[in-house]
Design a protein around this ligand. Structure first.
Ligand code: PGA
Length: 250
């Protein structure tokens, strides 16, 4: 088994995670009108804190940039603190000095979620696509809310969340029964159109999925494995998440 030839893999300690991820992103992000694809959840928080720190200290200025979310729960409005719109606005956009008008998140309260998904796919294209996509991996191998079995050629659409994902995300809602059943997510093909992808993984709960995604076959049952086909992927993992990777090879 070898880790995908195209991916660059960095295994870092907790203290270095945010800085390593920020460096990987900034190396690939254009200075003018950068378009950064945003993953939500716990994993990228050290990255967003580090980017905000660099903005505050004047090392970088991304105020002309755009933030493009991967997904949103159907049924949650942007003022709901559990929505990804709220996450992107408060955890990423505001601390990085990016105006609210430059933040794109699917509308979880759209009357017609299918039409909203189609419109979101178009909006990404109209903006010229994503320069650097931050991505996480689910404990079940999902990529954004593309759950196992998602077609590799899928575009932005309404999906039903797996029980695994709803139970993994119960911590944000109090109980898994409160987690919405549906979401609007960028598709696997949509994500793969980003010019580069920085895949982040932290914690032992991601070890098996990360090893399968990087060293197994490209398979719809591990949606993140599609990144093996992407020409510009950097994977940053902490040691627990990297524990199942073939250590002698990287
Ligand atoms: P997490 O989510 O960062 O909260 O673990 C990642 C994912 O499910 O893709």
């Amino acid at each position: 088994m070898t880790v995908s030839h195209t991916a660059r893999l960095l295994v870092v300690g907790d203290d270095d995670f945010g800085a390593a991820a920020a460096d990987a992103i900034l190396q690939r992000l254009p200075d003018r009108r950068p378009r950064l694809g945003i993953a939500t959840g716990d994993t990228p928080m050290p990255l967003y804190s580090e980017l905000a720190r660099r903005v505050r200290s004047g090392q970088i200025d991304v105020s002309t940039g755009f933030l493009i979310a991967l997904d949103e729960y159907v049924g949650l409005g942007s003022q709901d603190p559990r929505s990804y719109a709220a996450y992107v606005r408060t955890q990423v956009g505001a601390p990085m000095g990016i105006p609210a008008g430059n933040i794109l998140v699917p509308d979880g309260l759209a009357v017609d979620p299918d039409a909203e998904a189609e419109a979101f796919e178009r909006r990404i294209g109209d903006l010229g696509g994503v320069d650097v996509q931050v991505a996480g991996i689910g404990s079940n191998g999902h990529l954004a809310f593309n759950e196992p079995g998602s077609p590799l050629d899928s575009i932005t659409r309404v999906v039903t969340l797996s029980e695994q994902t709803r139970s993994d995300n119960a911590r944000f809602f109090g109980s898994s029964s409160d987690v919405p059943h549906r979401a609007i997510t960028q598709g696997i093909a949509t994500i793969c159109r980003a010019r580069s992808v920085v895949l982040l993984a932290r914690g032992s709960s991601k070890a098996a999925a990360l090893a399968a995604a990087l060293t197994g076959p490209v398979d719809t049952w591990i949606p993140a494995s599609v990144l093996q086909r992407h020409p510009a992927v950097t994977v940053i993992a902490d040691r627990p998440a990297a524990a199942d990777l073939p250590t002698m090879r990287y």
